[in-house]
Design a protein around this ligand. Structure first.
Ligand code: NCD
Length: 310
């Protein structure tokens, strides 16, 4: 299996076999991610982090991952402090990062920006989220979390809830879950449904997701409830956002109607969709899930840059 030099723009760039390989390798790398073991595998390698949109977890976990592998990182979290402010194009900024580093992570508000970046860079480009498009590394950590919490992905009844229209994490995840043979249920307000393109991708893989706005019904059989934030920044009309914010709230009363072993996931940040009272229950795995970004990204960086393995 060869990952060296590859771009990671969409989870669809990988086969099921390759994803399984990355998840297995993540398990092996885990002790390095928690500081129990140490390595200099990526010593003298440099990662560029180009964040044209806000980020906490994706940026910091990539930085942590690179440090844990003995490499270092450069970049920006606020494009207004770069020459973008002077009118520089995305492609020119990418050319510079390409010259200054060995691998580039880019997050951008425009769908397709990572694919464009990959065309301009000789170094591998990893998509850290492109508008309402895709978020492949979040997808890998979501899969890793389900696999570790539920033993396997196949056969689980998984509910994706919230802003399925603008939420990029669920676009990548729905495809990957279908690839692994999960049962899928999409729950959203009627104006924030999963795009037809993603539903077709699932169907092509032989999975026929159900779509509803009724969470109470869908949650009864769920093994996994994956909650998402309503993506305020992507609404053309703020009045439309105000109509849907607060549509769903996960709290302990609702969870009493669910299976005892249900797990609650969320890519974070959460706003109002999960009551903090849920945090202390055994159902809540979202903080563990966020941590899993470190070992998953370590696995990916070492495979794509190094070709070497721990
Ligand atoms: C998500 C994103 O940026 O798409 N966050 C993340 O990367 N963990 C989810 C979100 O912003 O709602």
């Amino acid at each position: 299996m060869n990952f060296k030099g590859r771009d990671v723009v969409s989870i669809k760039d990988f086969s099921k076999k390759e994803i399984t390989y990355i998840l297995d390798y993540t398990k092996r790398i885990y002790p390095y991610a928690i500081g129990k073991k140490h390595t200099d595998l990526l010593k003298r390698k440099i990662l560029s982090l180009l964040f044209f949109e806000p980020s906490t977890r994706t940026r910091l976990s990539f930085e942590s991952a690179m440090n844990r592998l003995g490499g270092s990182s450069i970049g920006f979290a606020d494009p207004s402090a770069t020459s973008q402010k002077k009118g520089e194009s995305l492609s020119d900024t990418i050319r510079m990062a390409d010259a200054y580093s060995d691998i580039i992570v880019v997050r951008h508000p425009q769908e397709g920006a990572a694919r464009l970046a990959a065309e301009f860079a000789d170094s591998p480009v990893i998509n850290g989220g492109d508008g309402a498009g895709r978020h492949p590394t979040q997808c890998l950590l979501d899969l890793f979390t389900i696999q570790t919490e539920k033993k396997q992905i196949e056969g689980n009844n998984i509910v994706l809830l919230g802003d399925l229209k603008y939420g990029r994490t669920v676009h990548s995840l729905a495809y990957a879950l279908a690839l692994f043979g999960a049962e899928l249920s999409f729950v959203s307000p009627s104006n924030l449904k999963m795009p037809d393109e993603v539903i077709s991708e699932c169907k092509e893989l032989g999975v026929n997701p159900t779509s509803t706005s009724n969470l109470e019904k869908a949650i009864k059989d769920a093994d996994v409830l994956y909650v998402t934030r309503i993506q305020k920044e992507r609404f053309p009309d703020p009045a439309e956002y105000n109509r849907v914010i607060g549509s769903y709230k996960i709290d302990n009363a609702l969870l009493k109607t669910a299976q005892k072993k249900i797990i609650i996931m969320h890519p974070l940040p959460r706003v109002t969709e999960i009551d903090p009272e849920v945090d202390n229950t055994l159902h809540a795995v979202y903080f563990k899930q966020a941590f899993n970004g470190v070992p998953v990204r370590m696995a990916l960086l070492s495979l794509v840059i190094g070709g070497n393995q721990l």
